[in-house]
Ligand binder design. Structure first.
Ligand code: HEM
Length: 433
């Protein structure tokens, strides 16, 4: 029996998954809500399932009464009609429409904007930390940065940034943590805002990634044939696929580096030795990012899959038709068959070596739904992490790591708060106002 709401499980689910991995290609697990799911926890098995079209991404139709038709419910329903919830050929059509907009050239062009956003946020963090009390790096840095970057991707004007941040914060919070109506209001506001934004981009394309998504021909050169609701779903998908995942990557990497100061020093020394080649690939900072993605997979599992027919796995396990299946990326990326000493945080695995680098982790998934934003997420982390430790050299964890709260559930994983302080000698002077 697995209780995804259990706080100890949320913090350290790895021993449980290691047990499942040792017991076969897939395990049928009873969940505390009374349902069952098949969990896939091995590296090779995860890749096999994610590339197999018999594991569908289309959610089953909900049985029972339809939900009330409120504006917030309409917003949620619009969000659900996106490419991550589609199979080929529908998925292939939608994915082709995004290829040009997410080209390496377009993503890399965001670098100066991301650098500026990082600088602005870190100035704020530094000022707060200078007051002496602990500052929560999730709240002040790891959460706002990805939301602001997606704002850039979508071409949200600067004046609307703080509203986007606030609505996103609310829809990502548990309903009982907010005043009555606040959650519903945030969903409707986001839907209304994105609808207007899309109309704007259609009428007057700007120099942002979302405008090129709306206007540029797809991979095969054909004009984009987005339906209005599909673009709305895409805007929602970019926001939700991109913010909590990247937030977890930034928070987990910061935590790991604070716990492994020798790895931080090695990455900083490597950067100093390569001064003037800030965007050089393959150095120690890149290795820190890859190893964090492997060791602390920001998505614990993929989205749910459903078997369209009975599937027999290589070890003879049969998953019946219409079963819910979760590929546990966090477990697959710690498979001892692939990674020696898999629970150790060892960035050097991802440095070029005589014996080659470690196998690619599965944090961005595998197969047709491989993360569309992988390059953007890596770019953000590559700018944010060195800048954080350079701007605030005296950063210290202000809580015991084993007491940090983690978000319950099987889908995402990362610390919810990361309280830090600055060593006095390194705290920036508070500007006089
Ligand atoms: C560290 C950060 C991130 C991680 C770990 C991550 C991980 C993933 C994974 C595992 C999937 C596949 C899910 C599945 O197969 O069920 C996925 C899909 C996706 N991701 Fe990311 N992601 C990250 C950041 C981003 C960002 C920044 C964006 C865009 C702004 C983004 C956009 C998407 C989209 C659109 C899909 C769906 C692709 C498809 O269905 O073909 N992701 N991501």
């Amino acid at each position: 029996m697995l209780d995804p709401a259990d706080s100890d499980f949320a913090r350290d689910p790895y021993p449980f998954y290691a047990g499942l991995r040792a017991s076969g290609d897939a395990s049928r697990v009873s969940l505390s809500n009374g349902s069952h799911a098949w969990l896939v926890t091995g590296y090779e098995q995860a890749r096999t399932v994610l590339a197999d079209a018999r594991f569908s991404n289309v959610p089953p139709r909900r049985a029972g009464r339809p939900k009330p038709d409120s504006p917030a419910e309409r917003a949620r329903a619009a969000l659900a009609r996106h490419m991550l919830n589609a199979d080929a050929p529908e998925h292939t059509r939608l994915r082709k429409l995004t290829t040009a907009a997410f080209s390496p050239r377009r993503v890399d062009a965001l670098r100066p904007r991301i650098e500026l956003l990082v600088k602005e946020l870190l100035r704020d963090v530094g000022e707060r930390a200078a007051d002496g009390g602990p500052v929560d790096l999730v709240d002040t840095f790891a959460f706002p940065l990805p939301v602001l970057v997606i704002g850039e991707v979508l071409g949200v004007p600067e004046k609307d940034r703080s509203a986007l941040r606030e609505w996103t914060y609310r829809v990502g919070s548990p309903a009982d943590a907010l005043p009555p109506g606040a959650l519903e209001d945030a969903w409707s506001s986001l839907r209304g805002y994105f609808t207007e934004l899309i109309a704007d981009k259609r009428a007057t394309p700007a120099d942002d990634l979302f405008s090129s998504l709306v206007h540029e021909p797809g991979e095969d050169g054909s004009p984009p044939d987005w339906q209005p609701e599909e673009l709305l779903a895409m805007a929602f998908l970019l926001l939700f696929a991109g913010y909590e995942t990247t937030m977890n990557l930034l928070a987990s990497a910061t935590l790991l580096l604070l716990q492994h100061p020798e790895e931080l020093s090695a990455a900083q020394a490597d950067q100093a030795a390569q001064a003037g080649q800030a965007d050089r690939a393959g150095g120690r900072w890149d290795a820190v990012i890859e190893e964090t993605l492997r060791h602390a997979s920001p998505l614990e599992g993929t989205t749910w899959r459903r078997t369209t027919e009975a599937v027999t796995l290589p070890d003879g396990t049969v998953i019946p038709a219409e079963s819910s299946v979760l590929v546990v990326l966090a477990a697959a990326s710690r498979d001892p068959q692939r990674y020696p000493d898999p629970d150790a945080f060892r960035p050097a695995r991802y440095l070029p070596d005589r014996d080659g680098r470690a196998a690619p982790h599965l944090a961005f998934g595998h197969g047709p739904h491989y993360c569309l934003g992988a390059r953007l997420a890596r770019l953000e982390a590559r700018i944010a992490l060195p800048s954080l430790f350079e701007a605030l050299p005296g950063l210290r964890l202000a809580a015991a790591p084993e007491e940090l709260p983690y978000r319950p559930g099987l889908l995402v994983r990362g610390p919810r708060t990361l309280p830090v302080t600055l060593e006095e000698a390194t705290a920036p002077q508070r500007p006089r106002r």
